[in-house]
Structure formats: C-alpha cells, structure tokens
Design a protein around this ligand. Structure first.
Ligand code: GYE
Length: 320
C-alpha cells in the first residue's frame, strides 16, 4: 500500500518535471471586471491594458462592458458575486449610487478595487483601494496652460466654451472644478457655455455645432474634458469655416494618439495626459488584496502635459 502510494507520487513528480508543470499549481486568481464602455480612445486603451496584464499574469478575467450605463454595472457586479469571483474591480461610470451593491460584495466577503474613477460612498471600507488619476489636478493643469497663454494678451477678454464629460462622472466633475479654480485667477477668462458631450466624438461634434451656432466668432477657446470630444469639435469648427488651433484655441485631456496627430496638424493646442495603462498595477494590487497584504487606499497615476510644440517629438513614444 505504502509502496504503491510512493510509486504513484514519484510518478506524479516525474510527470510534472517532464512536462514542466508544477505539481501543486495554485488556483488561478479570478477577477470580475466591469468596464464603463468603449466611449473613447482612452477607454479602448484601458481595456487592452487590463486584458493584456491579466493574460500575462495568468489571471482569469471575467470582463463585462456596461455601455456607459450604471444599471449594467450593478448587474455585472451582482453576477460576479453570484459566481464567487476572488475579487471585483470596476471603473464606475458615475460617482453616486454604489452603496447597496458594494455592501452586497462586502457581505459576500469579495474585495473590491476601484480603477480609474472614484465613487461617493459613506463607508470607505466598501472598497480596498482606488487606482487612477487625479482629475482635479488635470483640470488645473489645463487651466494653468491657458492662464500662461492669456498673459500674452492681458487686456483681452477670452471667451471659453466647455465640453464636459459624462454627467455625474468623477472625471467630468473634477476636471471642471480644477479648471474653474485656476482660471478664477484671471477675470478676463470667462466660460460662456458649458455642456456635456458624454466623452464621445459624435456628441462633442454635435454640442460644438450648437455652441458655434449660438456664439459664433465670440468663442476664443474650447476646453474639452477629453481628446475624443475635442476631435469631434475640431470637425465642427472646420465645418463652420474656422481654423481650430488658431481661430479657436483647443485644450483637451487624455493624451491619446489621435490628440498628438491633431496637434501635429496644428488643430489642437495642448493635451493634458491621463494614463489608461492601469492593467499591470491593477493585477499587482489584486494579488496583494487577495493575499491580505496591506495596500495604499489611493494609488495616483503619474502624468504630464503635452503642448503642440512637443507633439512631433513625443509622438513616437506614445503607447496609447
Ligand atoms: O478621460 C475619457 C474616458 O475616466 C479617465 O473616461 C477616464 C475618462 C477619459 O471616456 O476619455
């Protein structure tokens, strides 16, 4: 009997070494990830980064696209709970309305990581950590760039139109706040129109057309909360017979390749970087959280500002 067991074990080890597979392989980590949607170049790059990092790390990723709808995200999270995944990660489309479903995850003892966007919950223990950019700072960076530029024309009023991101989303609220905070330093800078373009090119174009119809040549600056809306708006400006980047200064956020191309073509003046490449850090955090290792409650992404003057030189280095 003993001898038999030994023989079996020995054979198992031999087989394992021969086929190069570990004898007692750890169960792969299973993560349920609820993505906002596919609304922008940023989002596509973010999805690729997360899927690639999971694959590279041998993590099983259950991926759900919410098509920009909170109700779809709630459904996805409930289904991850029912499937008893090891960890849930998600990028919340809007900030509020998460308490109930996050309490359900907590009751099921499934840890949650927020990626990219924050939530507004009364109990911070409902999530383990939040990894993403500082959107208020991005808004400030956009504002500071404009403040510098406005120094060249100290006596001129500068009329700004703003294309906001998705209503109620963290990046829309914060990018508006940070920008307003900084431009308040110069009373000549005035936001004359501000409306949502839902972070998409199509909406950005449509809303810019309405702005142009209402304000025409009065518009000096466009501040778009993301590159895609700026790119849509650039088209609207051109169709109105004006020169984007010259007649209307265009400022946006993200730093996707499309923005660099627009800068090289002289149609966009500056993009404030917001990195979507969160995958590798997310997988590391997920492993640590599941292993009960301490993690920081907030992980902030490092980012820069790219004005048109450096676009051609920087373009080959861009990864998204
Ligand atoms: O800026 C925008 C995307 O949440 C940071 O969402 C993200 C934003 C990004 O649709 O392009």
């Amino acid at each position: 009997m003993t001898c038999n067991r030994r023989t079996v074990l020995a054979a198992a080890f031999l087989a394992a070494f021969t086929f190069n597979t570990p004898v007692f392989a750890a169960k792969p980590l299973v993560i349920g990830f609820s993505q906002v949607g596919a609304e922008s170049e940023w989002r596509t790059a973010n999805t690729v980064s997360i899927k690639d990092a999971a694959k590279k790390d041998g993590i099983t990723l259950k991926f759900a696209d919410a098509q920009q709808k909170q109700e779809n995200q709630v459904k996805a999270i409930r289904s991850f709970i029912a499937q008893r995944v090891d960890l849930i990660a998600f990028s919340p489309v809007v900030e509020s309305g998460w308490d109930t479903v996050l309490r359900e995850a907590k009751a099921a003892k499934i840890p949650v990581i927020l990626t990219d966007r924050a939530v507004n919950v009364s109990d911070p223990s409902l999530y383990a950590t939040f990894i993403g950019s500082d959107f208020v700072e991005e808004g400030r960076r956009a504002g500071r760039w404009l403040l510098e530029r406005a120094k060249k024309t100290p006596d001129t009023i500068i009329n700004i139109v703003e294309l906001q991101g998705t209503v109620g989303s963290a990046p829309a609220l914060d990018r508006k706040k940070g920008f307003e905070e900084v431009i308040a330093g110069n009373p000549k800078l005035k936001v004359i129109r501000s409306q949502t373009g839902d972070f998409t090119r199509a909406k950005g174009k449509e809303v810019m057309e309405a702005f142009l119809k209402a304000e025409g040549k009065k518009i000096n600056v466009l501040y778009a909360h993301n590159d895609d809306m700026a790119i849509g708006a650039i088209q609207a400006i051109e169709e109105a017979g004006l020169k984007p980047g010259k007649d209307i200064v265009v400022i946006s956020i993200d730093g996707v390749k499309g923005a660099f191309e627009a800068m090289i073509a002289g149609k966009l003046n500056v993009t404030v970087e917001c990195s979507p490449l969160l995958g590798p850090q997310l997988m590391q955090l997920a492993r640590d959280v599941v292993a009960n290792k301490p993690v920081p409650k907030r992980v902030v992404t490092q980012e820069g500002v790219f004005p048109a003057e450096v676009a051609a030189k920087e373009f080959p280095n861009r990864k998204y």
